[in-house]
Design a protein around this ligand. Structure first.
Ligand SMILES: Cc1cc2nc3c(=O)[nH]c(=O)nc-3n(C[C@H](O)[C@H](O)[C@H](O)COP(=O)(O)O)c2cc1C
Length: 356
């Protein structure tokens, strides 16, 4: 209610990217005030034991986390954890710092509860992110690190570029994600083809496996892959011994929305396809891989549906802009109530229950 007022009266009048920077600035402020941060964490972070999830050896206080793209430079991990996200996936981070595409590059589709972005991996690079991630934290946080290809690096040298990021960041990550699915780096999504993806994942996995705790490795895929290609990536992930798949990134489809801005579309219009890809993955891999579902998640019903369909973790980004800072807290609280109502004491009882 309060946030809706702030959104319509203040934030929506700003250019979307300026509003984002304003928000991130406020969150950074929260991160540097230890007492407030701890108080907020105590009040808003998930605490119900029934919400706890274990995936690839990592303990998450709840299933619902912040998707990649919000915290590109790992500057507000603590703040977002304090606000109730069970994990924060930072990035996409590239080996070299880069400015991203020209502005404007972020667009709100308010009526469609959607976002279009063509940010193009604007970030300060792997070394800067490593410094941010290396700082001690005042509140507990689970951090995924999402890596991508530096724009100026040619496709033929992509493996080397990803490996450079992985070397810097895998030791600092609770899990590592190879992002080959953003539509805003030319040629990036070609890396989803199995012939190119195999050597890339093999090389990054070698790095991830060599850290003292062995960093779990996941791959993030696009919703625009043909069904057969979704299966092929799933088979490859199994063959290489990956820990999981994140599905999905933004779509290049414009079905159901009126905007023709180029970039990746996210939010409500992505919901159906994201769920479809999750169901397909679950049918293919069962519980042999951890499935992380993202795309169009807005409320407890959506999270519940994804868990039943086989996701162990669920993420969201776009709806945060429309729902405000209490969004993750509300989702976990609602989930907690629903679990109690169904007499469920452990999330494992419901994960994959409606999967075929
Ligand atoms: C502004 C914006 C920037 C994003 N940047 C990234 C990114 O850098 N890396 C990535 O893997 N996904 C990125 N995403 C995709 C999200 O992580 C997520 O996969 C997608 O938005 C679908 O979830 P949603 O409908 O809840 O937003 C971005 C999304 C948005 C809206």
């Amino acid at each position: 209610m309060m946030y809706r007022f702030v959104f319509t009266q203040v934030l929506s009048r700003f250019d979307p990217e300026d509003a984002h920077h304003l928000t991130v600035g406020a969150l950074r402020l929260l991160s540097v005030t230890p007492v407030v941060k701890r108080l907020v964490h105590r009040r808003l972070a998930p605490r119900d034991p029934a919400l706890r999830v274990q995936a690839f050896g990592v303990h998450f206080p709840g299933p619902f986390g912040l998707a990649a793209g919000f915290d590109k430079d790992a500057g507000c991990v603590e703040a977002m954890s304090a606000l109730g996200f069970s994990h924060v996936e930072v990035g996409t981070i590239t080996a070299h710092a880069q400015p991203g595409n020209a502005r404007p590059r972020l667009f709100r589709l308010i009526k469609d509860r959607a976002i279009i972005n063509r940010m193009g991996f604007n970030n300060a690079g792997a070394s800067a992110a490593a410094r941010a991630l290396g700082r001690p934290r005042g509140v507990p946080a689970v951090v995924g690190v999402n890596i991508g290809k530096t724009k100026v690096v040619p496709e033929a040298e992509a493996v080397h570029d990803y490996v450079a990021s992985a070397r810097e960041l895998a030791p600092l990550a609770d899990y590592l994600v190879v992002n080959v699915s953003s539509p805003n780096t030319p040629g990036l999504r070609n890396l989803q083809a199995v012939e190119l993806l195999r050597p890339l994942l093999q090389a990054v996995k070698e790095v991830a496996d060599s850290t003292p705790r062995r960093t779990p490795l996941l791959v993030k895929i696009a919703p625009d892959l043909a069904d057969g290609d979704v299966d092929a990536v799933a088979d490859l992930a199994l063959e290489l011994g990956l820990d999981g798949i994140i599905a999905t990134n933004t779509t290049i489809s414009r079905e159901g929305v009126s905007s023709t801005e180029t970039g990746g579309l996210s939010g409500r219009p992505l919901k159906a396809r994201s769920l479809e890809v999750l169901r397909r993955l679950r049918a293919r891999v069962g519980d042999r891989l951890v499935l992380v579902s993202v795309g169009g998640v807005e409320n407890v019903d959506d999270v519940w549906e994804r868990l039943l369909a086989g996701a162990t973790l669920v993420q969201g980004y776009s709806a945060l802009i429309y729902e405000g800072p209490l969004w993750a807290h509300r989702i976990h609280r609602g989930l907690s109530r629903r679990l109690r109502r169904h007499g469920v004491r452990d999330l494992r009882e419901i994960i994959g229950r409606t999967a075929t």
